[in-house]
Each structure stands twice: as C-alpha cells, then as structure tokens.
Write a new protein. Structure first.
Length: 379
C-alpha cells in the first residue's frame, strides 16, 4: 500500500515537473514572440522616422527616442565619427556630459571593443562606485553596454546604453540588443545618402534658386506634408537659340527674369528649383493637377510676352570682359531683345512614392518634345 502511494506521489511530482517545464517553454515562446513583435514595431517606427522628419540630425534623434520608449532604456546615446571628429548625434543625457560621451573611443576598455567590433558591458557593484569612463558624474549611470557601429566593415561611431542601477544589464537578451544595433546601422546607412545630398545643395548664380538636390532633402520634407501634390517641370525651349543667336549674357538674363517672375507669383509653401540647364521644377505642395492649370497658363502668357534685354551697364561689363579676354565673344555686345518660350509638363505625386521617378518621366517628355512645342501637358 505504502509503495503504491509513493509511486503515485512520484508520478504526481514528475507530472508537475513536466507541466512546469511545458509552461516555462510556452512562456518563453510567448516572450520571444512578443519580443519579435516589438522589434517589428520598432523597425516600422524607424522607417516612419526616416520619412517624417527633415534633416539627418532630426532622424537620428527620432530613432533614439523610439529606442528609449520602446525598450524602456534609461539613457541612450548615439555618437558618430564624421571623418574629422566625434559628434553626439542623439542623447537623452544632460548636455554637460556630452564631452565625456563623445570621448569614449579614447577609453582603454572601449578601444578593444572597437578593434574587435564586439559589445562591452561594464557595471559597478554598489552605489558608491562609478563607471571608469565617468568624469564629472557619480550617480547617473551604474551600468552600461557599449556597441561599436560599422557600415560595410567601416567604423562610424558607437551606441551606448546606460542604467542608474548596478548590474541592470546582467540578464538582458543581447541578441535583441544586437538586432537594435543593426537597425541603428541601417538607419544611419540610409541617412548617409541624404546627408550627402544636403551637403551638395547649392544656389544657382543666375536664378537664385536651389539646385536639383534640394528636392530630395528639405524639398521632399515640405512636399510630403501632403498626400497629393503636383510636380511641374518646364523648359525654356529657346534658351540655346538665345545663347547662340545673341549672347550667353542675354541667355543668363532670361534665366534670371523668368525665375524672378515665377518666384514673385508662387506661395512660399511651394518648392521651386533650377533642375538642370534650361529646365526648372515647381512642386505645388498639397495641390492637385487641375488646381494649377490656370496659374500655369497665366505664368506662361505673362513670361512669353516679356521682352528681355541687357542694360547699358551689363553690355558695358560684358564688352569689357571681351577686351580683357575673359569672354569669348568676337565682337562687343549690342542691345538685343529676347522673348522666352516655355514648355510645361505636370504630373501628380503621391506621398511615399518615388519623386525621382516622376521627375525622370517629365524630363524625358520635355527632352523628346518638338523644339517648337510650347504647351502645358499633363502626363
């Protein structure tokens, strides 16, 4: 009888052990699934941040805020090396500590981490100690994980997370943190291209307008505040003839006057750039194609009725350049009159789609159109 009871108890205990193990596996599976869902949300938030904010700096700050909120990180700092110096691109740490945070590459314990491309975990054992890299501060951080960042095997900086509790990261899932780090790298890799565009944006000398590159940075941010916009590209179709028949000086004056007339008549919410050579782009933010037709007709009529010529001072200056050999004209310039002729093409642009594809399509149309075409075409 006693043996039977013992056997039953053993079976019950074994059953409970199996049950607990099964429950534990299910809980772990649920946690993993929940973590994967969180990671997906974070990736989606990252993508939204890339599209919603304007400058590269704003985007990096946005993704850092997402990390802090989604993963409940106490302190998070992203430091990027721009080839000349280290810069804190995003941090929720008081700015008085930034000098220390952007000098972590000089700390011995992190040098090895950078050289081997491996994370480094540091912590203290009690509240009376401080982390080795801390200079001015004592109570803010008691544990930290340092992640060197690489794009295509090229070191670009680091990400460091900190906690005010000793040993707070002892049991953290490092695989999740690695995924987060890779997401940070992906975002940085994406915004590097935008940073390049932002740095090469220039203002055109004759029109006073931004160059084409502006469209893909700050210009796109303005346009993408609206779901639908109208992109208009126009070409001064007889600009080359003016340059050849009269002078390049007069051709430049035509560019200046055409740009001036349009700038004086469009809203500041619209983006107006000199696209390339005789081609210009107006992005009518938040306006559908049928809402710009009358305006373009008025502008076309007004510009094509404008008589443009060089002033006496401009003729004198250009003639002086001829004499000094800085201008290739064989003879002194005369007062000639030019009338611009324009060809317009418009297309609808939808937020989130490829702006460059719309522009490419419009440019191909204008380049293939008959030289004498002067119209407003919707494609």
């Amino acid at each position: 009888m006693i043996i039977a009871v013992v056997v039953i108890l053993v079976l019950i205990v074994l059953g409970l052990i199996v049950y607990n193990v099964t429950i534990h596996k299910k809980i772990q599976k649920f946690k993993n699934m929940n973590q994967k869902i969180t990671n997906l949300y974070v990736v989606q938030d990252f993508m939204n941040a890339i599209g919603e904010t304007s400058s590269v700096e704003d985007k990096i700050k946005k993704i850092n805020d997402i990390l802090i909120e989604r993963y409940e990180i106490k302190y998070s700092t992203i430091v990027v090396f721009d080839g000349a110096e280290y810069q804190v691109k995003a941090s929720n740490v008081d700015e008085k500590h930034w000098d220390a945070l952007k000098s972590l590459h000089e700390v011995d314990m992190f040098k090895d981490s950078i050289e081997t491309a491996t994370p480094k975990y540091v912590t203290v054992n009690n509240d009376n100690e401080k982390l080795p890299y801390q200079k001015m501060e004592f109570g803010r951080a008691k544990s930290a994980i340092f992640f060197p960042l690489y794009i295509d095997n090229v070191y670009i900086g680091y990400w460091i997370i900190e906690s005010g509790t000793p040993h707070d990261f002892d049991n953290v899932d490092t695989t999740v943190l690695e995924v987060i780090k890779e997401n940070i790298v992906s975002v940085l890799k994406t915004v590097v291209h935008q940073k390049t565009l932002e740095s090469i944006v220039r203002k055109d000398l004759f029109s006073g307008l931004y160059s084409e590159e502006y469209l893909y940075g700050e210009g796109k941010r303005i346009i993408d505040q609206y779901t639908i916009s109208t992109i208009c590209m126009f070409k001064i179709t007889n600009l080359q003839d003016i340059n050849k028949k009269y002078s390049r000086e007069l051709g430049n004056k035509v560019i200046t006057e055409v740009s001036k007339i349009i700038k004086e008549n469009i809203s500041q919410e619209y983006v107006f750039v000199r696209y390339m050579g005789p081609k210009f782009v107006i992005a009518f933010s938040g306006v559908e194609a049928n809402g710009v037709a009358d305006f373009l007709n008025d502008m076309k009529e007004k510009i094509e009725e404008t008589k443009i010529s060089l002033t006496d001072e401009e003729i004198e200056e250009a003639s002086l350049e001829v004499k000094q050999g800085r201008n290739k004209h064989e003879n002194s310039l005369e007062r000639e009159v030019a009338t611009p002729r324009l060809n317009f093409v418009i297309s609808s642009y939808y937020k989130g789609t490829g702006l460059e594809e719309v522009l490419k399509k419009e440019e191909e149309y204008l380049d293939s159109a008959d030289q004498n075409e002067s119209d407003i075409t919707n494609i």
